[in-house]
Design a protein around this ligand. Structure first.
Ligand code: BGC
Length: 354
């Protein structure tokens, strides 16, 4: 079968090539991927900066955002069912993984499909254990491929609310930094949650991403024109900040955007070795006197996946035109380079008809 394969650690090795056919082992379900989303992590792996091949192998099949059709039924699934699959798998030797929360793995020995020591979903066929499959509401269609990034947002928001909820808090004003898939989905999920949302991006307020953020009722502003610090001062500080820029300086700056009892959640990753700076009084005075908190969040629990598919379905009903245009490019897997170069909210690769 054909698959999108790369050699982790070596840039420019990504290609569509023949690999041995996937077969379902006992207890697994055979799936036919319909489309696979591309994200910053795929680009990093493809540039040789991230990712690990399965033990004893040199190459890794990419793809961790999948929408698939059940090819051979069983284990509660019927041929033709449409599903997504979670990404992270248990390390098998920590409390969090034992309790079904590999998203909070305590050892770091977890595996991730298409990223770390497990092949991904960018192939004509894949096999998966039924406990990692998420059923997709009928009607969500190709948008269900957004369930993976949406699950990352659901986890971040769930944890932010849990942390903020340790004490009385305002639960009103939120700021999303970044307008990639995580930023855009975070904006929509917070709006669905009843929050007032400000979304900040680099694009001028007249461009497509700004239009998309505003379509769900968020107030968009461009950081090229307006400083988030000024907006925070004007509104009286944010109760929740979701950071999705992938810039460590922007991450530490979130501390200065929070109001009393506010919580900032970091979702973007920035692996560049460098120092970032913060006004000592923000950390040494405001963070303490105003009970502010900053935390990072990775991956997602099954519970977040369930929330994600339902929230996507609700968002699609409420803002159909905008949500439909999140996926700005869909190409066959052989044109993967185009998808990797796409700078809209999301690009996807299709497999049907290969
Ligand atoms: C994925 C997560 C994963 C993380 C770290 C992200 O791109 O969405 O599921 O845990 O990379 O590998």
């Amino acid at each position: 079968m054909l698959a999108l394969v790369t050699t982790p650690g070596r840039a420019h090795t990504t290609e569509v090539t023949e690999v041995p056919d996937a077969a379902a082992r006992p207890g697994e379900v055979l799936l036919r991927p319909l489309c696979v989303g591309v994200c910053g992590t795929d680009r990093e792996i493809s540039e040789g900066l991230f990712g690990v091949a399965p033990d004893g192998e040199e190459r890794l099949i990419l793809g961790h955002e999948v929408l698939a059709r059940v090819e051979a039924g069983g284990h509660g699934f019927t041929r033709g069912d449409i599903v997504c699959a979670t990404v992270r798998r248990s390390c098998r030797h920590c409390l969090a993984c034992e309790e079904g929360s590999p998203d909070g793995c305590l050892t770091g020995d977890y595996l991730e499909r298409g990223i770390t020591r497990l092949h991904g979903f960018a192939a004509e066929l894949v096999a998966e254990a039924p406990e990692h499959l998420i059923r997709v509401p009928a009607g969500l269609g190709p948008l269900a491929v957004l369930a993976e990034p949406a699950s990352i947002c659901c986890r971040g928001i769930r944890h932010a609310e849990a942390i903020a909820g340790r004490q009385p808090w305002a639960r009103r004003r939120t700021l999303v930094l970044g307008t990639g898939a995580i930023g855009m989905l975070g904006t929509y999920l917070l709006r669905l949650g009843g929050y007032d949302v400000w979304t900040a991006g680099r694009s001028p307020a007249t461009e497509e991403r700004a239009r998309l953020a505003a379509a769900c009722g968020a107030a968009y502003f461009s950081v090229a024109e307006t400083s988030p610090v000024d907006v925070a001062a004007e509104v009286g500080g944010f109760d929740v900040v979701l950071e999705a820029t992938g810039d460590a300086q922007a991450m530490i700056d979130t501390m200065s955007l929070l109001g009393r009892n506010g919580v900032a959640c970091l979702l973007g990753i920035d692996g560049r070795p460098r120092d970032v700076c913060i006004d000592g009084r923000v950390l040494g005075v405001d963070a303490i006197l105003q009970n502010r908190a900053l935390f990072g969040s990775v991956n997602a629990h099954r519970e977040d996946w369930e929330s994600a598919v339902h929230a996507l379905d609700e968002a699609r009903r409420r803002w159909p035109d905008a949500v439909e245009s999140f996926i700005g490019l869909t190409v066959g897997v052989d044109a993967f380079a185009k998808a990797f170069a796409h700078r809209g909210v999301k690009a996807t690769l299709t497999f049907e008809g290969l």
